[in-house]
Design a binder for this molecule. Structure first.
Ligand code: FDA
Length: 302
């Protein structure tokens, strides 16, 4: 199990495979978890979700951006996606990773790119969520968010329940729209909880604290135990349904996604798309080796 996870994490970071995959189109079963390589196919998926009463948060996939040119190209792709959301009139917002728009190049350059993105989104009344990456980028991510919040209110970020500091970070962001997750990266014991049960307890604690505040929260998990406990908690405490939503990734537990929407919960699906699908897909296989069955089935059925 551990070996499989490390194996796929290593594959996700392989830059030769990452750049090769851009030329392959969606392969290895990736089309089950990535909504196409271009805006048209992604929009088709978003409209199908909307028809089920589900909104979307769109991620224009991108990895390993270490040059200004690549960061500017990624920013332009994001601006094109915002235009498309506006033109198609779909129910959707965007998720953006700061490393994709230049955080590893230069802090000020990344902030400028984000200002342009958030300004256009504000114009169209579209929310921008800044995804949280690994711990080495966390403080800079919060600093960029703080700078953006001075000018805009259509931006928020993610709190990872596995980090010791998250309770304090969440408190400092008590007026800001947040997504709460367990946390996806491999972090050292100095900064993060390591056992699944400790992470789950902290996750529930953060969710319950947060749901008592009159501010919007996204609870992003595929874990039915957590979801059932949240349902019980909101009922018991009369928490209004418009104060929160559930989120899951595209292609994961699709029936449960529709069922939660049918039950009357706000629901948003995280919809990744783009040529840079390879690293995202390998991380999903690392998280849940059962997904490998999907990949293998799609290989042998070709
Ligand atoms: P976890 O993987 O712990 O699963 C718990 C249990 O749920 C499993 O044991 C199984 O019983 C059940 N289960 C889970 N998946 C299932 C499936 N597909 N089918 C059937 N049963 C299943 N992370 C991060 O660090 N920064 C970020 O910005 C984000 N953003 C983000 C957005 C969205 C919309 C989601 C859903 C997740 C993220 N994450 C993230 C990832 C997150 O931190 C976490 O790594 C994954 O969601 C995996 O944890 P879960 O809470 O889903 O359950």
């Amino acid at each position: 199990m551990g070996l499989t996870r490390d194996f796929f994490i290593a594959l996700s970071k392989n830059q030769v495979l990452n750049s090769g995959a851009k030329k392959w189109g969606l392969k290895l079963g990736a089309s089950k978890m990535v909504a196409g390589t271009d805006i048209d196919s992604m929009m088709k998926s978003v409209k199908e979700l909307n028809a089920e009463g589900i909104s979307a948060t769109i991620d224009n996939l991108g990895e390993f951006v270490y040059s200004r040119e690549e960061a500017l190209a990624a920013k332009n792709n994001i601006l094109d996606t915002l235009e498309a959301i506006q033109q198609h009139g779909v129910s959707a917002h965007m998720s953006v990773k700061l490393t994709q728009v230049g955080l590893d190049v230069d802090f000020g350059f990344c902030l400028e790119n984000m200002q342009e993105i958030v300004a256009m989104a504000a114009n169209y009344a579209i929310f921008i969520n800044i995804d949280m990456e690994d711990y080495s980028h966390l403080q800079q991510t919060l600093d960029i968010l703080e700078a953006l919040l001075k000018e805009y209110d259509n931006v928020g970020t993610v709190i990872q329940a596995y980090l010791y500091r998250s309770e304090k970070d969440m408190e400092a962001l008590r007026d800001v729209r947040l997504r709460l997750v367990k946390g996806a990266y491999k972090e050292i014991p100095d900064v993060s909880l390591q056992s699944a049960s400790d992470i789950d307890s902290n996750y529930l604690k953060l969710i319950k604290n947060r749901l008592q505040l009159p501010v919007f929260t996204s609870i992003a998990t595929h874990d039915h135990v957590i979801i059932n406990e949240v349902k019980r908690f909101v009922k018991e405490n009369d928490i209004p349904l418009n104060r929160f939503e559930f989120q899951m990734l595209y292609g994961f537990r699709s029936e449960m996604q529709k069922e939660l929407a049918r039950e009357g919960f706000n629901f948003t699906t995280y919809v990744p798309f783009g040529e840079d699908w390879y690293g995202y897909y390998m991380r999903r296989l690392a998280e849940r080796p059962q997904n490998l069955n999907l990949a293998l089935k799609s290989l042998v059925s070709k």
